[in-house]
Design a protein around this ligand. Structure first.
Ligand SMILES: [Zn+2]
Length: 453
């Protein structure tokens, strides 16, 4: 009798310990991740972590995805396989419904995707709590909150059944929220067959400057106040903690120069030994841009400064340049897409030869001339700043577009568009304007003027 009791007790113990694990995976693992709405149609209008004036300066815990005034009713889909932990068409009261889904990943990590400002009024039935959903399942539809229809999309590692406020007084990351588009993009990469390794870095916002690749294919990388070397098979070989913030790294024959925000430059060798340092007298706020044999930095006084390739002497400075979003350079000119929606063409001797105002920034590439891929189309920008439509049939470019140069381009400067291969990711639903207007008329769309929760 006593033995039977003990067996029962043992069975109860096993079940008690086994239950949470099976609950976690009752809906299977996430095996793919995608965005809840089409990122070619919707775009982020309020970013993760952005302070909101409409909410006493609190920080946004997700991303607001906007797909135009007529996007009300667009399907919102599950980003991955998972289990519904909260589902209510009135989860945010007059601000709409909320669904939260628990995802278990192959590395056993658990994260929750949260969808806010959604509705069932167009006939989509919300999934019931504790049911399983599959990646891509329709969950709900984009609702109509103030000031315009949009989806509030969160990734969090806690609070599985609390709709939340959409804003926090604290740093959202320390409160358990994660940058949603980064989370999706990361997992999309980690699910690729070609994925091999990753090195996690300290800064949630991502690397502040591109790494430098050494001859053995190891990387020297800058990461939130430290410099580290990562072997070609993903091992961190060393880390050096920096005393003051740095903005970028410059490859040199003898190693790497660390460019500090206060204008100091300092050598570091492949073994992590800090070497000689010197002061440039500049206050830097961008990673270096290599244009010809010049290193060009954005400065905190909204200017540009060019240094020689050794980063010792300042060759020229120009004023009135907003922060740089994207750039491309060839041997004679530098193209800059700036945060105030301008495309600057800068000669390598320090003249702004053209300043084109765009409705939104586009992407840049260099194929002999500079190529600017904007809402108005794909343009070839000559060294004197003259724009010519390069590829009349290219779909509209813009903020989310990318231009890449195929293997046959880049050296001739010929006006033929044949060697250029471009990829387009449309992010706008508005028709393209005429080519002339695209480069001369600054037009703020309604989305720029609105504030979203
Ligand atoms: Zn929001």
């Amino acid at each position: 009798m006593r033995i039977i009791h003990r067996l029962f007790a043992l069975a109860a113990l096993v079940i008690a310990f086994a239950a949470p694990a099976s609950a976690q995976t009752q809906c299977g693992y996430a095996t793919s991740v995608s965005f809840p709405v089409d990122p070619n149609v919707f775009q982020i209008v309020q970013d993760f972590g952005a302070p909101s004036p409409r909410h006493q300066g609190r920080y946004h815990t997700g991303e607001d995805w906007y797909g135009g005034r007529d996007s009300y009713g667009t399907y919102v889909r599950a980003i991955a396989n998972g289990r519904v932990t909260f589902s209510s068409p009135n989860g945010w009261g007059r601000d709409g419904g909320v669904i939260i889904i628990e995802h278990t990943f192959p590395d056993s990590s658990v994260a929750y995707s949260m969808y806010g400002h959604i509705t069932n009024a167009t006939g989509v039935i919300f999934p019931a709590p504790f049911t399983c959903v599959r990646a891509g399942d329709i969950l709900a539809a984009v609702g109509d909150p103030r000031p315009a229809p949009h989806l509030h999309f969160e990734i969090r590692i806690n609070q599985p059944d609390i709709p939340g406020a959409g804003y926090t007084w604290e740093d959202p990351v320390s409160d358990g929220f994660r940058r949603p588009s980064k989370f999706v993009a990361n997992w999309q990469a980690w699910f690729l067959d070609s994925y091999r390794w990753r090195a996690d870095i300290a800064d949630e916002a991502g690397p502040i400057a591109p790494p430098v690749e050494l001859s053995d294919h190891s990387l020297i990388a800058l990461d939130a106040g430290r410099v580290l070397r990562i072997s070609s098979d993903g091992r961190v070989l060393w880390r050096v903690i920096l005393d003051t913030p740095a903005v970028g790294l410059v490859e040199q024959p003898s190693g790497v120069i660390i460019a500090y925000a206060d204008g100091m430059m300092r050598l570091i060798d492949a073994e992590g030994n800090l070497g000689a340092s010197w002061q440039t007298g500049l206050m830097l706020d961008s990673a270096p841009i290599l244009a010809g044999d010049r290193l060009i930095f954005h400065t905190t006084d909204a200017g540009l400064a060019a240094l020689d390739s050794g980063a010792h002497s300042v060759l020229w400075q120009i004023a009135d340049a907003a922060p740089i979003l994207r750039w491309s350079a060839n041997g004679t000119a530098l193209g800059l897409m700036t945060a105030d929606n301008a495309m600057l063409t800068v000669s390598l001797d320090g003249q702004i030869v053209d300043r084109a105002l765009l409705r939104e920034p586009g992407s840049l590439a260099a194929a002999g001339d500079l190529l600017a891929y904007t809402r108005g189309g794909l343009w070839r920008v000559a060294a004197d700043g003259t724009w010519a439509l390069d590829f009349p049939d290219a779909p509209s470019g813009g903020r989310a577009s990318a231009a890449s140069i195929g293997p046959f381009a880049g050296s001739t400067g010929a006006t033929s568009s044949a060697p250029t291969r471009c990829h387009a990711k449309r992010c706008c639903s508005l028709p393209c304007s005429s080519p002339r207007h695209a480069r001369t008329r600054k037009k703020r769309s309604r989305t720029d003027a609105c504030s979203y929760s």
